[in-house]
Design a protein around this ligand. Structure first.
Ligand code: BDP
Length: 689
């Protein structure tokens, strides 16, 4: 295998190739490591062959060449002919690559080092088939330029949220008890994992910025720089969550008002220092005027003023600000039906379209509420064509079983990305994020990370599939999530490491494939959301847990019916935030898709769904079915006894036991609740307590 090119990322590629050759046979060669005169990147080691290119016999033996174009003369890989140029130099872009063949040689070309890195992982995914002479050449490029994970990691252990807010995989890989962990080997392994998933940016601390984290921007910047240094060779740029009040909290100013000269100067100066230490720093992530975080409202300014303040400081250095649209009144009066949390992001941000600087990315949760298992797609995504948007997913399973339940979210994200806000002939959400004239300026895909210091990275070993799927769908949102799942299974449980590979593959696929819909069946019905336990940090059922509280997350169940009237005609008007045809579809109780009925409408229990059954009967049926499916999953896992690693087998088994218990609890509480409210017995005569 020949690796041709210079720089830290190409070094990473060479290391990977060397490692693979050591494991599977073959020999790794390096050329082009000395950058051509005039370039400044001299981080690569000297050419493996002493600088002159491979000797003739080695040339003939080359079977695979990974070549960075522009890194000096193209090497010869077969006889005397150089590798094919593969089209216009530069055409492959910052991260793209071309996989082709030159006679007997498999050739991977890239125009930038990151392309070579992603190409390498592509080869790994393809395995033997990469070398099939019949494989047609193909260019690969990511659909979305920034594919980012947000870590909600605290530096200090938070008294309520712990080390990682909504973390279900142990401690943080970055921080412990107020200090940087400096576990560089683990960080390196993490960089490798991220690159293999196609993720190229992370933020390293919680969006809720507490006192110690605020200092990461200033006197604790060295901790961030260290992480950036380790992740750089994997093509991952580091971002930081900052508090809007930083000029006051760590800058010693009396104000953080965006219109004040000294505030702007402070951000400019501070940001310059950040870039001196971390030249490829990604930028800032801000949760402002949301759930108690400070923001521009305190100074009578709006979110565009706030975001542009930071954007202005970052612009000279090429950085971006991710400004979150998760803004709502978290002190609502539950008796007041005229307010609606679902409306809030649109009401705040849609009027600001066109006012954000070019390096502001408005980060919008995929649904209007808060990462529920089922929500309509946020109408903000269709309302801001002049603004860069990032759609935010939650890989960490706060509301989807907290990594104790198997819940493969690929199909959920794929539905969101494939949703067409302007109807069947219009663009998709994925197009808006990728950038499309008149509809979206192009932005990012972002997700809250599910990774911690757990030996399996994600607590539940099967939750790794979600991390992988996020990265892969961000690279190519049109991919079938089931194919992505199979890819993950093949990479994580390679045939050589398991007994009976076919059975392992089938069982894992069966367990994960429909698990999101299974989860939906046994939890809150028909898109109504929540019903989770406040006392138990959103784990397990508590139907009325949030019903009479300030958070704006209500289902309005009474003796006659359930659901939230969000119509224009009689409700909160949220349905009117969508373009046609969806605003009409959602407005109509007859046209609204069943799975979202209770998100948009308050209906009697006897209301007949499009699917044919009544609302209350549907609730009973899905809850019995969901819990049964989990029991079947538990049984099915036993098929793998002795076929996969025993520790992994036990870990998954324990969690499935808990999922059976929890799904049964959900079933019983939801069914009993609606039976008691409605007085309607189960048409199939099943026992409801
Ligand atoms: C909610 C979480 C909370 C986060 C918030 C956010 O419960 O911990 O701080 O989202 O996204 O889902 O800012």
């Amino acid at each position: 295998v020949l690796v041709h090119g210079a720089g830290p990322l190409v070094d990473t590629v060479f290391e990977e190739v060397t490692r693979a050759c050591a494991d599977h046979g073959g020999r790794a060669r390096r050329t082009g490591a000395t950058p051509p005169a005039g370039t400044t990147d001299s981080a690569g080691p000297p050419d493996g062959d002493g600088g002159g290119g491979p000797a003739a016999d080695e040339v003939d033996a080359t079977q695979v060449a990974l070549v960075l174009r522009g890194a000096g003369a193209l090497p010869a890989v077969a006889g005397d002919a150089p590798v094919p140029a593969g089209g216009e130099p530069g055409a492959l872009g910052d991260e793209g690559f071309l996989l082709t063949r030159d006679g007997a040689v498999t050739v991977l070309l890239a125009d930038a080092p990151a392309g070579l890195l992603y190409g390498l992982f592509h080869l790994v995914r393809l395995g033997e088939t990469a070398f099939d002479p019949a494989r047609p050449g193909a260019v690969h490029r990511p659909a979305v330029r920034r594919r980012m994970l947000d870590h909600w990691d605290n530096v200090d252990v938070h008294p309520v949220m712990g080390q990682v807010e909504r973390g279900y995989a142990g401690g943080s890989i970055f921080w412990r008890d107020g200090r940087a962990r400096r576990d560089l080997a683990r960080l390196r392994a993490y960089g490798r994992l991220l690159a293999a998933c196609g993720i190229n940016a992370i933020s390293v601390n919680n969006v809720n910025v507490h006192a110690t984290e605020a200092r990461l921007l200033t006197d604790r910047l060295g901790d961030v720089a260290e992480i950036a240094d380790v992740l750089r060779p994997y093509g991952v740029r580091v971002h930081l969550s900052v508090t809007f009040a930083a000029p006051v909290v760590v800058g010693g100013l009396a104000t953080a008002d965006p219109r004040e000269r000294r505030v702007r100067d402070w951000w400019a100066r501070t940001t310059r220092q950040v870039y001196q230490r971390i030249p490829d720093f990604g930028g800032y992530l801000v949760k402002a005027d949301s759930e108690g975080q400070p923001g521009p409202f305190a100074y009578g300014r709006d979110h565009a003023d706030g975001a542009n303040l930071l954007a202005e400081a970052l612009a000279p250095h090429g950085g971006v600000v991710h400004w979150r649209a998760f803004v709502y009144d978290h002190r609502q009066d539950w008796r007041d039906r005229s307010t609606d949390r679902a409306r809030a992001a649109y009401d705040h941000f849609a009027p600001l379209d066109g006012r954000f600087d070019d390096n502001v990315v408005l980060q919008v949760k995929y649904g209007p509420m808060d990462f529920q298992a089922r929500e309509p797609v946020s109408p903000v995504i269709a309302a801001m064509p002049a603004t860069r948007l990032a759609v935010e997913f939650q890989v960490t399973q706060e509301y989807t079983g907290q990594q104790r339940h198997v819940c493969y979210l690929g199909p959920c994200w794929s539905e969101v990305l494939g949703f067409r806000p302007w109807g069947p002939d219009g663009h998709r959400v994925a197009d808006v994020v990728a950038g499309v004239p008149d509809r979206g300026r192009g932005g990012d895909l972002v997700a809250v990370s599910n990774v911690g210091d757990d030996p399996y990275w994600t607590g539940h070993p099967l939750a790794q599939a979600n991390l992988y799927a996020f990265g892969r769908l961000a690279w190519d949102p049109r991919r079938d999530p089931r194919a992505v799942l199979d890819e993950w299974i093949d990479l994580t449980f390679p045939p050589t490491t398991t007994g009976d590979p076919e059975r392992v593959r089938e069982t894992l696929h069966a367990l994960l494939d429909d698990s999101w819909r299974t989860y939906e069946r046994y939890t809150a019905p028909l898109g109504v959301g929540f019903m989770v336990s406040p006392a138990n940090r959103h784990y397990g059922p508590d139907v009325d847990g949030y019903e009479y509280s300030r958070w704006g997350t209500y289902h309005f169940a009474d003796r006659d019916g359930v659901g939230v009237d969000r119509t224009r005609a009689t409700g909160t008007g949220f349905a009117g935030q969508y373009p046609q045809p969806w605003s009409t579809v959602y407005e109509s109780v007859d046209e609204c898709p069943d799975e979202l009925l209770l998100f948009f409408h308050h209906v009697p229990y006897g209301h007949v769904l499009r699917g044919g059954s009544t609302v209350v009967q549907h609730i009973y049926d899905t809850h019995f079915a969901g819990a049964e499916e989990v029991t079947a999953m538990r049984e099915r896992w036993r098929d793998l006894a002795g076929l996969v690693d025993p520790a992994l087998y036990d870990r998954v088994g324990e969690r499935l036991d808990e999922q059976v218990r929890s799904a049964t609890e959900w079933r019983d509480q939801i069914n009993t609740y609606f039976f008691r409210k409605s007085g309607v017995p189960d048409a199939k005569g099943r026992r409801i307590h």
